[in-house]
Each structure stands twice: as structure tokens, then as C-alpha cells.
Design a binder for this molecule. Structure first.
Ligand SMILES: [Zn+2]
Length: 144
């Protein structure tokens, strides 16, 4: 029986999934995989400035687990910057919903519910730059 995995809550997926040093073809570069939960940890702690206690409760994990994920994330980012690796952000153990999501307007931050009749543009500003903002209604297993 596989051990039951903990699902780390992630508010949304990162807007960009690959960071690559300029001027070198990706095939000639080594790649570091940063999981979505590692990305979230570094975002909450180093970008949003949450305490580790608050950040761990946002992700619904224990503080030691958060610390471990954060340390791993920082190590990978540092390695990538110092050694010029491609940083790919994807996968990992986290909770997101599929299908029944909400679209977020990249221009005004307003949200478009998927049950609304017009999903192609923002109801507030008319922008068509929308992206998925998925909620954690449905749990799913990660691969790692
Ligand atoms: Zn808008």
C-alpha cells in the first residue's frame, strides 16, 4: 500500500513555468525541476514575506515540512542562477482543482466564473487576457 500523500495547498500555478539563460539552446543546458509546492514556498516566504508559521498554515502543512520544502527550493534556485541551469517549475504534490475553475483577468485582476455565459473576456474591463485560476475543490495525487 502506498503511503497516503499529503497535499500541499497551492493558491495558483506560476505564470511562467520555465526560466532559461539567454543565448544558449535549451538542449545544451542542464535543467533543474522545481516543484509547484517548492515554488509556492519560496513565493510565500521570500516574495510575500510571510513568516514560516503563516506560510505553512497557508499551504496546510507542518512547519518542519514547510522549512524542508523552502530549503530545497532556495537551493535549486541558487544552483540554477549560479550554474546557469534551466529552471522548470512543474509537478510535485499539491492540490488544485480541474475543470470547475475560475478565470482571472491579467489586466484588472477581476475573475470570470466558468458558469458565466461569456468566458472569452473580462466582464469588468473587456480584456481577453485571461488565465486559469484553479481552486482546491478536488484533490489529486502528484507524481513525486
Ligand atoms: Zn479585467
Amino acid at each position: 500500500m502506498p503511503r497516503k500523500k499529503l497535499h500541499r495547498r497551492v493558491t495558483r500555478e506560476p505564470p511562467v513555468s520555465v526560466y532559461k539563460p539567454a543565448g544558449i539552446p535549451a538542449k545544451d543546458l542542464e535543467e533543474i525541476l522545481i516543484s509547484i509546492d517548492e515554488f509556492e514556498a519560496i513565493k510565500l516566504s521570500d516574495f510575500e514575506g510571510l513568516s514560516q508559521r503563516d506560510a505553512s498554515s497557508v499551504m496546510r502543512i507542518s512547519q518542519p515540512t514547510f522549512n524542508r520544502i523552502l530549503a530545497s527550493a532556495r537551493n535549486k534556485v541558487a544552483k540554477g542562477l549560479v550554474q546557469g541551469y534551466v529552471l522548470r517549475i512543474e509537478g510535485g504534490r499539491y492540490v488544485l482543482a480541474d475543470g470547475t475553475g475560475i478565470l482571472e483577468c491579467l489586466d484588472c485582476g477581476s475573475t470570470v466564473d466558468m458558469s458565466s455565459s461569456d468566458k472569452s473576456k473580462c466582464k469588468d474591463c473587456g480584456s481577453t487576457r485571461l488565465r486559469w485560476l484553479r481552486w482546491d475543490k478536488k484533490q489529486r495525487d502528484g507524481e513525486t
